[in-house]
Design a protein around this ligand. Structure first.
Ligand SMILES: Cc1cc2nc3c(=O)[nH]c(=O)nc-3n(C[C@H](O)[C@H](O)[C@H](O)COP(=O)(O)OP(=O)(O)OC[C@H]3O[C@@H](n4cnc5c(N)ncnc54)[C@H](O)[C@@H]3O)c2cc1C
Length: 567
């Protein structure tokens, strides 16, 4: 098809669709390489699901890593944790090029990362696994550096902020928990609160000390603004424009009508997958897990559809089409649908178990969130584990919180009224309210409590490896993941499978070029983030194995686009 550009058309080098980790990295790198870049974002804010995420990036052997590691060791790990030939070449490329991407961003952009001192791989007993140095996180960012553009950053989930807008870095969580027990913790909390109050008194709509995925997005945004990248929010792309078998631009709908924008080096699809698209969820996700997403709800499968419209292919990986987390949900007093992902806050802490509808435990509750849901889906073929029920006592709820209920919450009424939290004076009463067999349930608790006393889980070996103990409470003996459930009243909330993102996307090569039905690159078309078929093929081997590849393949797409002769 020959395309004649209309009078309103604009000429760019690279157009990026979607402003999440993948798209913004591609845009930042392309701009640093000298390209004229346009980012088109469908919503009013930048950041997508990345902005509400933990912002962890798995990147073994980067210059930030202090622990001894090697490329060979990391390859051994991925071969064991993702045992499939599918995507193997891209996983190798990822391991080889992610360190380069990290160093490049540090040198050429405002993205600054740091190694998390300890964060075990999820399959920590597999060969090549590591406990230290592979996981990076964004360095805390002062959003005042963005000026008025701070408002462009999608805010974090309210459930993960305090006082309507204060973000807490992971190491500070423990200080908040110990604020009334330790002087250094009280002082640290007092300082953080004073800073936050100062930021709000200065007129900011939320705290300006950003951490986690929000810091990553803000740092990427700063990088784009510093390089003069044009960002258009609330922008709808109608279709890709193709000429002589090459993607050469996009057609957008604007207030003044339709407009064609040319892209000399191509278009990057980075619209965040299909978590919020019902037809694609029905096509690719298991029936029991189609209803709930823990994402920002902005990935409507557009990137996949744009790609398919010009001949791209989708080949689901052998390990499934989503990154899973157990989630609880309810409507809050403002009628907001709260979906709380139970990733790291409660499941592995001592004094909690999960039971199925028979009142029995069905898995080790302290495994990774993806593994936990995999167990739920498996169990649901045997006994109904959807929903599963998290069970704890008063002591646990006060100390660790439960789902969206924070530690030390005095007033539980609104959670009970919303049907989110169930409370009973006895275990028998709790079983009755959950419609599960009380005798079986009490026997389950008896066995668990007996095991907890000696610190050895005879059923599922809870706390049996270093990842689980890391997620537990190091101050709890003899097992950081086990304590008796015995202090009434007793509580439960219901858990469902939800996704943190989708893994099935467009088939692409080692340069993030989208492939057609014969496995050939579609010239001028790239995909990254969850629009690209996951290099882990639906497995979730380590923290940061979605954002790490999103950024690495965003970087590779930009490098390929910038250094390929298009004349
Ligand atoms: C609570 C939570 C914690 C998580 N923590 C981590 C973590 O620590 N590490 C990790 O690796 N993963 C984590 N994940 C998963 C991770 O956040 C996502 O997989 C990742 O952010 C997806 O990045 P992306 O760039 O593909 O998409 P997104 O960040 O969702 O960005 C996509 C953007 O595209 C826009 N868009 C959509 N359609 C269009 C269109 N047609 N045109 C233009 N723009 C469009 C969207 O509005 C959005 O801004 C977490 C997820 C959740 C929910």
């Amino acid at each position: 098809m020959m395309v004649t550009m209309d009078r309103k058309s604009t000429n760019m080098d690279l157009i990026v669709l979607g402003a999440g980790a993948g798209g913004m990295t591609a845009a930042a790198v392309a701009a640093a390489e000298g390209l004229k870049v346009l980012v088109l974002e469908k919503t009013a804010a930048v950041g997508g699901t990345t902005a509400i995420s933990g912002g962890m990036i798995w990147a073994p052997n980067s210059h930030l890593t202090k622990a001894p590691d090697s490329l060979e060791k990391a390859k051994t790990y991925l071969d064991a944790a993702v045992p499939s030939d599918a995507g193997r070449s891209q996983r190798r490329t990822y391991l080889e090029r992610a360190p380069e991407m990290i160093a490049y961003l540090e040198k050429n952009t405002s993205v600054k990362l740091q190694a998390v001192p300890i964060y075990p791989d999820y399959e920590v007993d597999a060969p090549g696994a590591s406990t230290h140095g592979r996981v990076l996180e964004p360095v805390c960012f002062d959003a005042r550096a963005l000026g008025s553009a701070f408002r462009m950053v999608r805010p974090p989930l309210p459930e993960f902020t305090l006082f309507s807008g204060m973000m807490i870095a992971r190491p500070d969580i423990v200080h908040f928990r110990n604020a009334f027990r330790s002087l250094p913790s009280s002082l640290r909390v007092a300082r953080l609160m004073a800073e936050y109050i100062g930021q709000r008194l200065a007129g900011k709509h939320r705290g300006t000390t950003l951490v986690l995925g929000n810091a990553l997005v803000a740092r990427l945004l700063k990088s784009l603004l510093d390089r003069g990248v044009e960002i258009r929010c609330r922008c709808e792309v109608k279709n890709l424009v193709v000429s002589n078998n090459r993607v050469i631009g996009v057609r957008v709908t604007t207030e003044g009508g339709e407009q064609t924008i040319a892209a000399r080096c191509g278009v990057v699809l980075a619209t965040g997958g299909f978590s919020a698209d019902i037809p694609l969820r029905e096509a690719y996700l298991p029936p029991q897990a189609r209803t709930l997403t823990a994402t920002a709800g902005v990935g409507t499968g557009d990137g996949l559809r744009y790609g398919l419209s010009v001949g791209a292919q989708i080949t689901p990986g052998p390990f499934g089409s989503a990154y899973w987390t157990p989630a609880s949900h309810y409507r809050d007093t403002n009628d907001r649908h709260v979906v709380f992902p139970h990733t790291v806050t409660d499941r592995a802490k001592p004094g909690l178990i999960a039971v199925n509808r028979d009142g029995r435990r069905f898995t080790n509750e302290a495994v990774s969130y993806h593994q936990f849901v995999t167990a739920m889906l498996r169990e649901n073929n045997v006994a109904n584990a959807i929903p599963a029920h998290l069970i704890c006592d008063k002591r646990f709820l006060w100390k660790y919180g439960l789902g969206a209920i924070r530690p030390m919450t005095l007033r539980l009424g609104r959670y009970k009224a919303a049907g989110y939290l169930k409370e009973a004076a006895t275990l028998h009463g709790l079983a009755d309210s959950l419609l599960i067999d009380a005798r079986t349930f009490e026997a389950t608790i008896d066995r668990y409590n007996g095991d907890a006393q000696v610190g050895k889980d005879t059923e599922f070996d809870r706390g049996g490896n270093v990842y689980q103990r890391f997620m537990g409470d190091a101050e709890n003996f003899p097992n950081p993941c086990m304590a008796p459930i015995e202090a009434p009243p007793f509580y439960s909330i219901a858990l469902y499978p939800a996704d943190l993102g989708t893994a099935t996307g467009l088939d692409s090569d080692d340069d993030a070029q989208v492939l057609n039905g014969t496995g050939q690159p579609i010239a001028g078309l790239y995909a990254c983030g969850n629009d690209m078929n996951a290099i882990m093929q639906g497995a979730y081997p380590s923290p940061g194995t979605t954002i790490g590849p999103a950024m690495t393949y965003g970087y590779l797409a930009a490098m390929h686009a910038a250094h390929t002769d298009t004349n």
